[in-house]
Design a protein around this ligand. Sequence first.
Ligand SMILES: Nc1ccn([C@@H]2O[C@H](COP(=O)(O)OP(=O)(O)OP(=O)(O)O)[C@@H](O)[C@H]2O)c(=O)n1
Ligand SMILES: C[C@](O)(CO)[C@H](O)COP(=O)(O)O
Length: 232
Amino acid sequence: MEYYAIVLAAGEGKRMNAGKNKQFIQVGKKPLVIHTLNVFAQDDWCKSIILVINSNEKKRMKELIDNHPVGKSVILVEGGKERQDSVFHGLNCIDDPEGIVFIHDGARPFVSRENLHQLATITKEKKAAILAVPVTDTIKQLKGENLTTLKRETLWAAQTPQAFRVDAIRAAHEKAAIENYLGTDDSSLVERLGYPVEIVKGSYDNIKLTTPEDLQRAQAFLKEKSDEREKA
Ligand SMILES: Nc1ccn([C@@H]2O[C@H](COP(=O)(O)OP(=O)(O)OP(=O)(O)O)[C@@H](O)[C@H]2O)c(=O)n1
Ligand SMILES: C[C@](O)(CO)[C@H](O)COP(=O)(O)O
């Protein structure tokens, strides 16, 4: 089974507060984005990696990849103002309507190969699938002054990758653009088209490095893995 991977790295990392795009932050021994690229570079099912980057970081990103070769060629594409725009720019590089594309946050370096293969297999059959985990907190909804509690059994926290047939996700993005809909993930765009989206249960380790606390967690996670390897 084969898929294209769009890896998004064209954000600013404002919530990380590092004074630079968080993709360049060192996590363990490598910059964040290199960890994420390695996941796809080391998966035989991934036939092409498209990395969406900031226009003013082209040179820096090229140098970074030259200094940390991932073993697969990486196509660099300029991103847009919003995450959704960056995804659309990435999709424009794929001329294979019946192919499968994975859309993934560069800020999620710990996705497992097992989950990637589960996603690809389901998407081949069903057109759209995402990784998600059951919500463990109780979620409150505040509308005006009215606080209510949502039914936790029905709630899932969406992750990436999110996988789609190329023609389906392209149609979803085109409709969203016409209707000025801005979603926080790609699945929401496909849901609006009326296509069913399957959930593949992911892992709580597949965190998105958003805040400095997430970075500390990621450093600890890598250290734990490296200690385990040393013991084995
Ligand atoms: N215009 C944008 C905005 C975000 N992203 C990417 O989408 C992923 C998820 O977004 P987020 O975690 O919000 O990253 P940032 O936008 O960089 O963070 P912040 O919102 O704190 O600035 C990141 O890998 C980010 O680089 C992107 O490619 N293009
Ligand atoms: C796509 C996503 O990672 C799913 O959880 C999330 O919605 C991205 O949100 P962000 O605000 O762009 O980090």
